[in-house]
Design a protein around this ligand. Sequence first.
Ligand code: NAP
Length: 475
Amino acid sequence: MTTETLIPLAYLVAAVTFILGLKGLSSPTTAVLGNRIAAAGMLIAVIATFFAHDVEPGSLPIILAGIAVGGIAGFAGARVVKMTAMPQMVALFNGAGGGAAALVALLEFARQQLFSDELELGPTLATLLALVIGSVSFSGSAIAFGKLQGIVTPRAFRYPGQQVVTGLLVAATVALAVVLLAAGFTGAIAADPLVIVAATAALALVFGVALVMPIGGADMPVVISLLNAYTGLAVAMAGFTLGNQLLIVAGTLVGASGTILTRLMSKAMNRSLANVLFGAFGAATSAGAVATAGDDGRSIRSIGAEDAAILLGYAQNVIVVPGYGMAVAQAQHNVRELADVLEAKGITVKYAIHPVAGRMPGHMNVLLAEANVPYDRLFDMEQINPEFPRTDVALVIGANDVTNPAARSNPGSPIYGMPILDVDKAQNVIVIKRSMKPGFAGIDNDLYLDPKTAMLFGDAKEAVGKVVAELKRAA
Ligand code: NAP
């Protein structure tokens, strides 16, 4: 077999591993294997690419140094970065992908200028799209990273006329791109096409910033997912530019999966993508008033760890509902210990996982897997909801919006229509959180005023730890 037949074959194998990898990522049981399969495919792809091009011996040290720097940074990141900081890490990786596609496009423009007088429409359009979309993804992801890391204000940054400015930026970018295309064919403009290329990239970078700045920090996972789709598109375009089929396949897969994920997340929050991008939802502050009694005189029932332990100890079945607060408190190991203690008493424990519990897709699954909670105890919303009415205790740990009955009953609520976990239908409800402050959506939760709800105030890790201690003491 010659290199000409081996390389497409290697690319085909790599493309298949990417698809198998994505399939594996769709379930917690197969996610690790899926990741490894895709990583092995990527290794095959990188090696094959070396043979696909006549790499000049002089460039080899630079390429190897790049692989070493990227490899070490990726390895160290995967080891050091905490699970709660994963959205930031994804934003960084995503930005790097978009930036790389834009750089390929930039270099390709420079190369074309050197080797030919005229630009061709098809490749030029693809290169231009890689440049623009890659730049938007790069700067947008950088802002998303900054917002999640607290370097840039996480609040929605808005100013009068902001949408007009953003619109003008888009119009100017498109106008420059058209000028560039026209210049390539007619040679009718005096300016150096490379200057126009650079100006187009600069405008696209500014547009990426303008797109993400007005969105609240808590909506960043949806934004990152969208930018991920952009990066995929940019990479696919770079694939057309370089004539590399694998880049086209890989980019298209990323673009499609990013789009599907964005849609799923928006749907699970019952919000349109336009609402995420242009609505002020994420701007809601959580420094809201501390309510202790409802308008209709209903009041909050607060209990201690001992009472919670008694309630749980007498139950036959318990459903744990984890949320963002469990992630913040890193309480997953204590939650697992609590389940162990309850199960040792013959109590059935299940976990109800809402699709957008936490701040990124699969947030709860990953944390609970880290604490070795068996996968078969985790139930999706559709599976577990019918079980709440026959459940003795629903134990809500740092979850808020995803349990708010207003989503079902109050058409005036901002989360009306969002599918929720039917926690309020359980016989008893224990909610562990630190205060009466609202969650991500910035709205009060009627569940806390329900007579069958008991509030156990405190940090999730500490509170669960105390309940475990009480249960062990009573045993
Ligand atoms: P949530 O509604 O934001 O509520 C989390 C609750 O955890 C807060 O009310 C907070 O109350 C409590 N908390 C924070 N730190 C805590 C600690 N150390 N110990 C105990 N409790 C603590 O979270 P959720 O119920 O998981 O809902 C997720 C929200 O995020 C939804 O509105 C969803 O639409 C949105 N979202 C999710 C995604 C995603 O992909 N998963 C993406 C974007 C947006 P206290 O301050 O009183 O403790």
